[in-house]
Design a protein around this ligand. Structure first.
Ligand SMILES: *[C@@H]1O[C@H](CO)[C@@H](O)[C@H](O)[C@H]1NC(C)=O
Ligand SMILES: *[C@@H]1O[C@H](CO)[C@@H](O)[C@H](O)[C@H]1NC(C)=O
Ligand SMILES: *[C@@H]1O[C@H](CO)[C@@H](O)[C@H](O)[C@H]1NC(C)=O
Ligand SMILES: *[C@@H]1O[C@H](CO)[C@@H](O)[C@H](O)[C@H]1NC(C)=O
Ligand SMILES: *[C@@H]1O[C@H](CO)[C@@H](O)[C@H](O)[C@H]1NC(C)=O
Ligand SMILES: *[C@@H]1O[C@H](CO)[C@@H](O)[C@H](O)[C@H]1NC(C)=O
Ligand SMILES: *[C@@H]1O[C@H](CO)[C@@H](O)[C@H](O)[C@H]1NC(C)=O
Ligand SMILES: *[C@@H]1O[C@H](CO)[C@@H](O)[C@H](O)[C@H]1NC(C)=O
Ligand SMILES: *[C@@H]1O[C@H](CO)[C@@H](O)[C@H](O)[C@H]1NC(C)=O
Ligand SMILES: *[C@@H]1O[C@H](CO)[C@@H](O)[C@H](O)[C@H]1NC(C)=O
Ligand SMILES: *[C@@H]1O[C@H](CO)[C@@H](O)[C@H](O)[C@H]1NC(C)=O
Ligand SMILES: *[C@@H]1O[C@H](CO)[C@@H](O)[C@H](O)[C@H]1NC(C)=O
Length: 507
């Protein structure tokens, strides 16, 4: 007995020593770079498109080659495929005015190339309550044109504030003063919480929507896939009301022309057919040397518009290869889910029901996504918002549960940042219940189920302004590969220290 305790202690110490300095070697770093670059070349990974399916299949093959057992869970679904979109106004003086858009309203509709045409109604501002939720009564929906309407409104974005009581700060890698974003997380992607009541506007004869960005530069608003909370329309995956977004100055132009009675009609084109598609979640299982059933879950999603949003599968493959070569005692399940960009049409948590053993065996869960993100913000110094780099990296927001069972994980996670550069700013934010309302746990779909469960979980989710944006360079200019490597090494350290605890019998 004593011998086995001593042996376990020695093994734990050895594992700890190793845990202090895991590093990706040069070859692994080059491979990581190549995979990110070449994945980016193929364009956005929208749920179920060819590029996403290629990424998933390639990562699955890479894990298999490294020696993992890989299971694929396939889902068939209807994929909304936006292709061409545009906006024009027919004016009373006979001119047709073509206007720039910043993008489309996801899952809004499909007009075909001919578009939908109707008079324009300015519904004012889709305002926010002080608590940053949408004030659905704010839109002016009275006296709409009789025979069909293009509904126009300005659409201010919510802001998040992690300094408010809904979130507790349980630790950070740098002093909190170095993370001012905590109290002011401006970000167009919070628009995702602001859906429209399409049922209501269809009843009022609305056949198209034009929404205008507020307090956001055109560059920052460009091709934001928002709101991402789509829902089935009348028998289809979209709402049957094609919608586009315009920049603020274009919105002001429309508002003025409508007020001056210079607009006969607007034509909204959103050619976006619905296609049959297949998408997959993959589970790569790596056996530990102990031969137990205990695991650590490392989790991410594979679909997204940019090389930041969904670099998770490549992060996980890199970690899987590292631990295949440097074996752990505990098992690891690397889970890459799909459905994040499906507007809710593919259930991102379906793997939890398909494989209940995964959660039962898990001793800890780590959610990894959006590594290497360079911070860009609108700068209002000149009076007009100008979208530019701030010279910093996006904070590594980390959702954590505040149950005492998770204290150890939090401490190991903080320790894993020892020796990392000050530019790597991490804050652990813990969703709290205030007035009976539990704050949101953000991250890859289903990570909140892990976070609210008994499984100690860290959910890492850097949240750049461009998170949900498609970019002509795929987001390559926003990605710092060296920083992503540093972040991977933090996770390698964390997993090795969890493994040391497992060996010592304290996990
Ligand atoms: C998905 O569709 C393909 C082609 O129609 C079919 O072969 C496959 O069995 C379907 N998969 C599932 C999970 O239904
Ligand atoms: C029609 O009105 C628009 C907007 O006021 C103006 O830009 C355009 O020059 C006018 N076209 C003609 C032919 O007057
Ligand atoms: C936000 O404020 C509005 C208006 O006061 C209120 O109706 C709503 O319940 C609040 N929402 C939350 C989540 O607190
Ligand atoms: C709402 O819009 C209609 C049609 O433009 C207008 O007649 C009405 O005055 C507006 N109501 C408010 C409260 O602005
Ligand atoms: C609306 O459509 C009906 C039926 O097509 C037509 O009789 C009526 O004149 C139209 N009204 C307007 C304001 O265009
Ligand atoms: C965020 O909340 C904190 C604490 O209530 C407050 O001091 C700060 O001003 C808030 N930030 C913004 C942008 O309102
Ligand atoms: C919040 O940040 C935005 C831009 O990032 C800035 O314009 C604004 O002044 C900030 N607000 C506060 C209260 O710090
Ligand atoms: C949406 O509008 C419909 C019709 O006006 C109404 O019955 C429904 O309650 C509204 N839904 C929400 C979520 O407000
Ligand atoms: C443009 O932005 C300003 C705030 O910067 C806002 O007050 C205005 O309503 C916006 N207009 C439109 C049409 O979006
Ligand atoms: C992993 O371990 C299980 C149970 O110990 C065993 O059945 C399986 O063959 C192992 N897989 C690999 C790839 O070694
Ligand atoms: C591991 O799980 C399998 C399948 O549920 C079970 O048969 C086996 O007894 C378990 N092994 C250990 C060591 O708990
Ligand atoms: C914002 O822009 C001004 C120049 O207009 C510049 O001096 C300032 O450094 C910028 N702020 C940030 C945070 O980059």
């Amino acid at each position: 007995m004593l011998v086995s305790i001593l042996a376990a202690f020695a093994a734990a110490q050895a594992a700890y020593a190793q845990a202090t300095a895991p590093a990706l070697d040069q070859a692994a770093q080059q491979l990581f770079f190549d995979r990110l670059y070449q994945t980016n070349l193929r364009g956005p990974r929208w749920t179920g498109n060819e590029n996403q399916n290629t990424l998933i299949a390639t990562v699955a093959a890479g894990m298999q080659l490294a020696g993992l057992t890989v299971e694929t869970l396939e889902t068939n679904f209807s994929r909304w495929d936006p292709r061409w979109w545009s906006l024009s106004l027919k004016l009373t003086n006979g001119t047709t005015l073509g206007l720039p858009t910043t993008g489309y309203w996801p899952y809004s509709g499909d007009s075909g190339l001919q578009g939908v045409t109707a008079p324009v109604h300015d519904a004012g501002s889709y305002a926010l309550f002080p608590n940053q939720t949408a004030n659905s009564g704010a839109l002016n929906l009275t006296n709409l044109p009789a025979n069909g309407t293009i509904l126009f409104f300005d659409n201010p974005s919510p802001t998040r504030n992690y300094s408010e009581p809904g979130y507790g700060i349980l630790g950070s890698s740098v002093p909190l003063e170095e993370i001012p974003e905590l109290g002011n997380l401006t970000n167009p992607h919070w628009q995702s919480a602001k859906t429209l009541n399409f049922t209501q506007i269809i009843q009022l004869g609305v056949i198209g929507v034009v929404a205008s960005w507020v307090n956001t530069s055109d560059a920052n608003g460009a091709l934001q896939f928002l709101p991402n909370s789509g829902a089935p329309g009348n028998g289809s995956v979209h709402y049957d009301v094609p919608g586009v977004y315009v920049g603020n100055s274009t919105g002001e132009t429309i508002r003025q022309l409508v007020a001056d009675n210079e607009v006969v009609s607007a034509t909204v084109v959103l050619d976006a057919p619905t296609l049959d598609a297949t998408t997959s979640t993959i589970i790569g299982h790596l056996n530990g040397t102990a031969g137990s059933n205990n695991t650590i879950i490392v989790y991410t999603h594979s679909d997204g518009p940019s090389i930041i949003e969904e670099n998770g599968p490549i992060l996980l493959l890199t970690m899987a290869e590292y631990f295949a070569a440097n074996p752990l005692s505990i098992n690891v399940d690397f889970v890459t889910t799909t459905g994040h960009m499906s507007g809710g049409h593919v259930n991102e948590s379906a793997w939890m029901a398909a494989r209940p053993d995964l959660l039962l065996n898990a001793k800890a869960a780590i959610v990894c996504e959006h590594f290497g993100a360079i911070e860009w913000k609108d700068n209002f110094t000149s009076g007009e918002p100008v979208f530019e780099p701030t010279g910093r990296y996006e904070p590594m927001w980390t959702m954590v549960n505040s149950s005492s069972a998770s204290d150890d994980l939090h401490q190991l996670y903080l320790n894993a940042f020892e020796g990392t550069p000050d530019e790597l700013r991490m804050a652990m934010v813990s969703p709290q219940t205030v007035n009976g309302v539990l704050s949101n746990w953000y991250g890859a779909g289903g990570s909140s189920i892990l976070g609210y469960s008994d499984i100690p979980t860290v959910g890492i989710i850097p949240q750049p302004d461009y998170l949900w944006a498609a970019m002509v360079d795929g987001g390559w200019s926003r990605l710092d590969v060296d920083m992503a490597v540093t972040q991977i090494e933090v996770i390698l350290r964390l997993i090795m220290s969890l493994d040391a605890q497992f060996v010592a019998g304290t996990l």
